[in-house]
Design a protein around this ligand. Structure first.
Ligand SMILES: [Mn+2]
Length: 380
């Protein structure tokens, strides 16, 4: 509904603009074309300048050009780039608000194969909008906090291999929709040599047309594994800050400001945004308690209770210090990450980086409250 409304408003506005434009050309001797309307967003200035000629045929040309542009806009809104991929845009639809999405019995049949292949219900994912809303599970106090407008810009890096196209694109849409424009430097998609055809030209064409100039696509020529793929993404990043994410995430509103301001205060901090769960069968967004990340005796990363001083402070909006750092969602100053040697490129699979990063970063920060280190271990 929201997108339909948007289309109607857009149509009316553009019709008014065309009428105004024609009147303007008829009554005045135009010197320059008005700026700030949809026309200028989609056509380079040089072309716009051609429209300022006076004779009848350039006027006709101008009107025709504008009409065809309007057609383009309406087509994009109604049918859209996403529709050509069998996907949906807009805030409503199945799974809106992070509620569980469902399929009809007939659809269920079609969903079985893809579900096994991807480990989640990718058929259902295609029926859920790329822009769906999700609940804001932040503690109330977090919503009230104010942040500086000037914060470092972030490059968001997504790593994928044979992930469902709809899931990758929802990650991208969600990042764009929920990161303030002036803070989002770019989005980098690192394809660790996927086989799926839809992840090649169709993905690349879509992101470049949908978000011109915002998305970089990096293709590994052979399967490198998650860690080296993250490093490849880091190499092409230009933002002051880099954020590394699996390509099956959705962001909540207000996620970026606290993360970036913690790094602005101290460039040696590595920040892990709090993670909730997207259920693999219904895409319901399930709230997870705030927690720290520790590790088991097998060195697997696991959720642990926050340290005692955090509980004692009684303020759920406070950051939680954590010994392990889960690699599927972390944000770090780009240069600082280079200074600490990135991640060990000898690792072929995931898991070890959670421990590695925690140990490296710990060395840059004072020891835990209440934890006395032997004198020979001096954090620097
Ligand atoms: Mn993941």
């Amino acid at each position: 509904m929201a997108s339909l409304r948007r289309v109607k408003v857009l149509l009316v506005l553009n019709l008014i603009a065309v009428a105004g434009f024609v009147l303007f050309l008829a009554k005045c001797r135009p010197i320059a074309v008005r700026s700030g309307d949809a026309f200028h967003e989609l056509r380079p200035r040089a072309e716009a300048a051609n429209l300022s000629a006076h004779s009848a045929s350039p006027i006709q040309d101008a009107v025709l050009k504008r009409l065809s542009l309007l057609e383009d806009i309406v087509y994009r809104q109604l049918n859209g780039l996403s529709k050509s991929l069998g996907l949906i845009e807009g805030y409503g639809g199945r799974g809106k608000g992070g509620l569980p999405a469902t399929l009809s019995p007939a659809e269920e049949e079609k969903a079985k194969g893809p579900h096994e292949k991807y480990g989640y219900n990718s058929y259902l994912s295609e029926k859920i909008s790329l822009d769906r809303s999700i609940p804001d599970y932040r503690p109330t106090k977090c919503k009230e906090l104010k942040y500086a407008k000037e914060l470092p810009q972030i490059s968001i890096i997504f790593i994928f291999v044979n992930e469902a196209l709809s899931v990758i694109l929802r990650s991208v849409h969600s990042a764009v929709n929920h990161t303030p424009t002036h803070l989002l430097k770019e989005i980098i998609l690192v394809d660790d040599n996927s086989d799926e055809e839809e992840l090649k030209a169709p993905l690349e064409e879509y992101v470049h047309k949908r978000y011109p100039g915002l998305v970089k696509v990096v293709r590994n020529q052979k399967r490198e594994g998650l860690i080296r793929a993250r490093i490849e993404g880091w190499k092409v990043a230009t933002g002051q800050v880099t954020g590394f994410f699996d390509a099956h995430v959705e962001f909540t509103a207000g996620w970026a400001e606290p993360v970036l301001s913690r790094i602005q205060e101290n460039r040696k901090r590595v920040i892990l945004p709090s993670i909730d769960n997207i259920k693999q069968d219904t895409f319901e967004v399930q709230r997870y308690e705030n927690s720290a990340h520790g590790y088991s005796w097998e060195l697997w990363c696991m959720y642990i209770s926050p340290p005692k001083d955090w509980w004692d402070a009684g303020d759920p909006s406070l950051p939680i210090r954590t010994p392990a750092m889960i690699g599927c969602s972390f944000v770090v100053n780009r240069k600082f990450f280079g200074e600490i040697g990135l991640l060990d490129p000898g690792m072929d699979v995931y898991g070890g980086e959670n421990i590695e990063l925690g140990i490296k970063v710990c060395a840059w920060h004072p020891p835990w409250d209440g934890l006395s280190l032997p004198p020979e271990i001096t954090p620097f």
